[in-house]
Design a protein around this ligand. Sequence first.
Ligand SMILES: *[C@@H]1O[C@H](CO)[C@@H](O)[C@H](O)[C@H]1NC(C)=O
Ligand SMILES: *[C@@H]1O[C@H](CO)[C@@H](O)[C@H](O)[C@H]1NC(C)=O
Ligand SMILES: [Zn+2]
Length: 305
Amino acid sequence: MDKQQLGCSRPIPAKRYLVFFAFYTAEQIGTSKSSCPSRKMSLLSAVACLLPILTVTVCAPIPFEMVDMTYTFDENTLFWPEQKKFELAVKMNGTTKGGFWLQTEEYFSGIHVGTHMDAPCHFAKGRWTVDQIPLNHLVAPAAVVDITKKAELDRDALVEIEDLQNWEMITGHILNGTIIMIRSGWGRRWPNREAYTGTADQDPTKLHFPGMSKAAAQWLVDRRRIYGVGIDTLSVDNGVSQDFPTHRILLDKNIFGLENVANMEKLPIYGATIYAMPMKVGKASGAPTRIMATYPKHLPFYWGK
Ligand SMILES: *[C@@H]1O[C@H](CO)[C@@H](O)[C@H](O)[C@H]1NC(C)=O
Ligand SMILES: *[C@@H]1O[C@H](CO)[C@@H](O)[C@H](O)[C@H]1NC(C)=O
Ligand SMILES: [Zn+2]
C-alpha cells in the first residue's frame, strides 16, 4: 500500500466554509431572518452583520486534512469467511474496431466485503436497508475510541463502557450525534488475512480480532444517541463472538456499522468529520462504502494526547 497516496491536505474550501459559518452565525444571533439591515438594528445585530466581513477579511483560510478511510477493492480485499470475494472481470480494455479506446469491467462481490456498511436490517428485522439511511446520519463528527494498547495484549479485546466514558472525559464532549470510530491498531495488519482475521482458513469459528462489548453497545443505546459505529477490523463484534450481540443491539436501534475502516490512526480522537457514503443498493443489508474524514490542521489539542 502506497502510504503517500492516502492522506492529503487541501486548503481550498476553508474560505467558503468561513463565509457560510459567518452568515450562519449572523443569522443565529441577528434579529432579522435573512437580510442584515433590519429596521430594529440592535448592537447585537450590528455585530452579526459585521461578522461575515470581519471573518472573510481577517481570517486566513483554515487548512483541512483529508483522510481516505476506504481500502481499494481488488483481489487482495479481505472479507468475512462466508462471503463471496471481490472479483473484477475485464470486458474490454483496448482499441475497438471503431478505432477508439474502450475500458470496461464487471465486478462480483459479496455485500459485506472490504470497507463496507452494515445497514440496520442486517441483524434487525424491519430496520433501515442501506438505501434508507438518512444522509444526515452519514455525515457526522467522529468520536475515535482508541483501544490499541489493550488490543496489543489481547487480540480478542473489547471496547468497554469505561473506554466510552474515558473518551467523554478526555475530550469534554458527549458522544451524542457522533459516529464512533474504534481504533484497535488492526489496520497495520491489512491485507494479511491470517494477521488481520486470526486465521488463514475460511473458518468463522477460528477468527480473532477486537470489537465492542455487548455491555458497551447496551450502554450506548440506553444512554446516548449515536449514528453509527465503525471499526478497523472485520466486525463490530470481536472475532470469537458467535452470536453477534453488539450487531444486534446497535442495528436494532437503526445504528449502522462500518467495518474494515482504513487509516483509523490518522484521525484525531475528536475534531474530525466522517463522510460515509455507501453504494445506494436498494433493499440491501449493506454496501461497499467510500469513507473519508476531514479535520482542521494545526490544532494539536484535538488529538487529546
Ligand atoms: C487496461 O489497460 C491498461 C493499459 O494497457 C492497463 O494499465 C490496465 O491495468 C488495464 N486495466 C485492467 C483492469 O486490466
Ligand atoms: C444524549 O442522548 C441521551 C439519549 O437520547 C439523552 O438522554 C441525553 O440527555 C443526551 N445528552 C445531552 C447532553 O444532550
Ligand atoms: Zn458487514
